[in-house]
Design a protein around this ligand. Structure first.
Ligand SMILES: Cc1cc2nc3c(=O)[nH]c(=O)nc-3n(C[C@H](O)[C@H](O)[C@H](O)COP(=O)(O)OP(=O)(O)OC[C@H]3O[C@@H](n4cnc5c(N)ncnc54)[C@H](O)[C@@H]3O)c2cc1C
Ligand code: SF4
Length: 461
């Protein structure tokens, strides 16, 4: 019987004033008692909306039932059927618009904390040294995966479980994609969580070759030719940052969010032991309103800057997760809404000194369904700042498309692929941000898994 009398169990977090000065994880997660109590709220619906809204169809009520009964290993086994990165998804998935957004308890109050329960089960499994990797015997076929982000890892994991000999080729020196270089330590610990989930995948026999740029070090044609791979999955993401093309963008102190975050996360610039330099200034302005903007702003704050986010619509249209906006506000980040930069102003030495913006108002909805920002004539104002971090979205790097004859891309540079990841080139599949443009971890994982299924069907014909 579900415990309908209690409210959602709150999760413990670091105090906002303290965490604004360190890079430790913000959320502590549930302990056993809290997890079991929260799990007891689930009604175990016969037609669970939560599960229908999960892009990889995790058997949510079934794993929550196990948590409620204190069978955490059983819960982990159920999650592992559909997700190879649960400690990561439990931390960064936009649950409010997916599983939790479709939980029936929304009708009367707050949904079951599905993400926090998934995280609890994954962390408990890791801390107790339990792995759920069951593997079939080798079938002797080799598959190459380009990129070690969630799309590549999910594809590799399924194929390795089915007996394929899988090698991932990654251009950076550490695997994980955005999980490693983009999302900050205080949201997603690198060694404890990302590194450990990847080590579990390596136990399946997956080989990861880092520092290999496909399209430069080796081409896809060579992988499928002399290297003897029967198929290739491209999960190379969308790592190319966009800029506004306004005057002053080449001044010292202007960064793309990608560069700023990579210096901090991958190269650990925030640590005294790192050689990588970083400059957040006394004041920093972050332009944009997505998860990436929140991450850049909260990172600059931890590096000692006073931070303002400039966004051209209102808070209602912010694309970032509600939890990230809430955390950013708690930590003291200022939001300047309905404002659009028109110029970055420099001093005589070529460093940023201010950003000039124009006020906006909302007009009619655009193609995205959101009301479009319209400039208010003559309403310019300056914000003094030492640093400007542009967080305006990213697109796929053109390298792979440019070096793979016959691989079709669309006008945004995204690889054209069918629902199961098949591209215009036989035996070459693609998925994740490289196909959709910047999206989410779980959608990338879902695409990787669909492509794995399609590759298996194709190679076993
Ligand atoms: C700062 C930031 C915060 C985010 N926050 C969230 C969040 O909270 N929740 C969420 O769901 N999503 C979030 N996202 C989005 C999410 O991380 C991405 O949608 C997801 O990582 C895409 O996965 P992917 O595997 O397609 O690509 P990626 O994670 O980008 O991985 C691609 C990998 O391919 C490698 N690669 C690229 N080209 C080559 C090549 N030629 N040869 C070899 N390797 C190559 C790259 O180095 C990279 O490691 C965030 C993104 C960013 C940037
Ligand atoms: S919709 Fe909510 S209450 Fe129903 S099974 Fe899913 S988590 Fe449980």
């Amino acid at each position: 019987m579900a415990n309908t009398k209690i409210d959602r169990v709150p999760v413990r977090e670091q105090d906002p004033k303290v965490r604004a000065t360190n890079f430790d994880e913000v959320c502590y997660g549930y302990n056993k008692e809290e997890a079991m109590l929260e799990a007891s709220r689930c009604l175990n619906c016969r037609r669970p909306g939560c599960m229908l809204a999960c892009p990889v169809s995790v058997k949510i009520p079934a794993f929550i039932e196990k948590v409620a009964a204190g069978d955490f290993e059983g819960a982990g086994r159920i999650i592992a059927m559909d997700s190879s990165l649960p400690a990561i998804c439990g931390r960064v998935c936009p649950q409010e618009s997916q599983c939790e957004g479709s939980c029936v308890l929304n009708l009367k109050g707050q949904p079951v904390a599905i993400g926090k329960l998934e995280r609890f089960v994954a962390d408990w499994s890791r801390e107790n040294g339990i792995s759920y990797n069951d593997k079939e015997a080798s079938n002797g076929m080799k598959v190459a995966v380009v990129g070690s982000g969630p799309a590549g890892l999910a594809c590799a994991s399924d194929l390795a479980k089915w007996g394929y000999d899988v090698t991932i080729f990654e251009s950076l020196h550490k695997p994980g994609g955005v999980l490693q270089y983009g999302i900050p330590e205080f949201r997603l610990p690198k060694d404890k969580v990302v590194g450990s989930e990847i080590s579990k995948l390596k136990e399946l026999g997956i080989k990861i070759e880092t520092n290999v740029i496909v399209g430069r070090t080796i081409t896809i044609e060579q992988l499928m030719g002399e290297e003897g791979f029967s198929a290739v999955f491209i999960g190379s993401g969308a790592g190319l940052p966009k800029f506004m093309n306004i005057p002053g963008e080449s001044l010292n102190g202007v960064f793309s969010a990608n560069e700023f975050l990579t210096r901090n996360n991958l190269m650990k610039a925030y640590s005294a032991e790192s050689d990588t330099p970083i400059y957040a200034g006394h004041k920093a302005v972050v332009v944009g309103g997505g998860n990436v903007a929140m991450d850049a702003a909260r990172t600059a704050l931890r590096l000692g800057a006073e931070v303002t986010i400039v966004y051209r619509r209102t808070e209602q249209e912010l694309p970032a997760r509600a939890e990230e906006v809430h955390h950013a506000k708690e930590e003291g980040i200022a939001f300047r809404m309905l404002s659009n930069p028109v110029e970055i102003l420099g001093d005589e030495k070529g460093w940023v000194r201010a950003i000039r913006c124009q006020e906006m108002e909302l007009g009619v909805p655009d193609a995205s369904g959101r009301r479009s920002p319209v400039a208010v004539e003559g309403s310019y104002f300056d914000i003094e700042t030492d640093v400007v971090i542009m967080s305006l979205g990213t697109s796929p790097n053109p390298l792979i498309a440019g070096t793979t004859p016959g691989l079709e891309v669309d006008r945004r540079g995204c690889i054209v692929a069918s629902a199961d990841g098949a591209t215009s080139k036989e035996y070459v599949y693609a998925g994740g941000d490289a196909v959709t443009g910047a999206a989410t971890v779980i959608l990338a994982m879902g695409a990787g898994r669909k492509a794995a299924r399609a590759i298996d069907e194709k190679l076993k014909k």
